[in-house]
Design a protein. Sequence first.
Length: 152
Amino acid sequence: MTQPSNIRKLLIDAKLGLLPYLDQRLNDIEKTLKQQENLQLQPYDIQLGDCKTLAANEPRPAITQSVSLKFVLTGNTKDKLELFLLASELQNDLDAAIYEWSNREWHQFEKPLKRPVTQITGGLNYAVLEEPENSSQIILYREFDLIYPVSF
């Protein structure tokens, strides 16, 4: 049987993966959000973007894979500032979770992650929804690179 690829390990492995780690952190965050009236965090979406392989002076070429995460937060239009503040706090919590995970993975003995995440970019988009009435949403984007050795 062949070994799972490094990208599979990094994203979905039950012990090593970013997504199980994020799911655990989001469960804690959602408990706090549920205390807010009319506020909901939708399931997130992941996309893999640009991918580059570089073999300069390395025994094993390094792959740089762009990862994009999208989070949707819905709430009441009358609480626009509160929704923005919560989205900003969520962004900070997500970035901290990604950095914590990458630093932990990078320090593993047989690590699939070649370097920890060093930069996360993204932003917020606000929109008023027609249904349900008086509701709005903020879409939060986070993008970063995972750098790992190619699997042979």
